[in-house]
Design a protein around this ligand. Structure first.
Ligand code: HEM
Length: 122
């Protein structure tokens, strides 16, 4: 649990730093940094999922927890979808770029709340 949580912190830092890097370098985005950015984000999401599944198996999540998890799922999908959209387009619409600049902070907060829940239910 400790290992997964520390790993998650490290991965989150990598996702944010690589995101700032992509933003500074601009389009066309570097293939390597973009690959790191999306793969590390994906691995982090899988780890959050595994922490929640473990918590659900140990004690079970309450109705309130389900709202937090649902919010995190929606926000993380929004971050992944907007990021995927930007990288697929040659020039992404401004609003999608702005969206992908804002939504990661909310997804990180919601993901942090999920990790907190999985610790409380440990
Ligand atoms: C949970 C998933 C993700 C998080 C938390 C995240 C986070 C971030 C952050 C913090 C930035 C910097 C924004 C800024 O300039 O302030 C960024 C930029 C970027 N991300 Fe992501 N990202 C995620 C998923 C993805 C995915 C899946 C892709 C591509 C398939 C992607 C592609 C990009 C690109 C192309 C930029 C640069 C956009 C620009 O020029 O402003 N991201 N991301």
């Amino acid at each position: 649990m400790w290992i997964k949580t520390i790993l998650l912190l490290v991965l989150t830092v990598i996702v944010f730093l690589s995101g700032y890097w992509l933003h500074r370098a601009g389009s066309p985005y570097g293939t390597f940094v973009l690959a790191i950015h999306k793969l590390v984000a994906l691995v982090a999401i899988v780890i959050i999922g595994s922490l929640l599944v473990a918590a659900q198996r140990r004690i079970g999540l309450s109705g309130g927890d389900a709202y937090v998890v649902a919010a995190a799922v929606v926000l993380l999908i929004a971050a992944m979808a907007s990021g995927g959209f930007i990288s697929a387009m040659e020039t992404a619409p401004k609003w999608v770029l702005v969206f992908h600049r804002i939504i990661p902070y909310f997804s990180a907060i919601a993901a942090g709340a999920c990790v907190y829940i999985s610790w409380v239910k440990a």
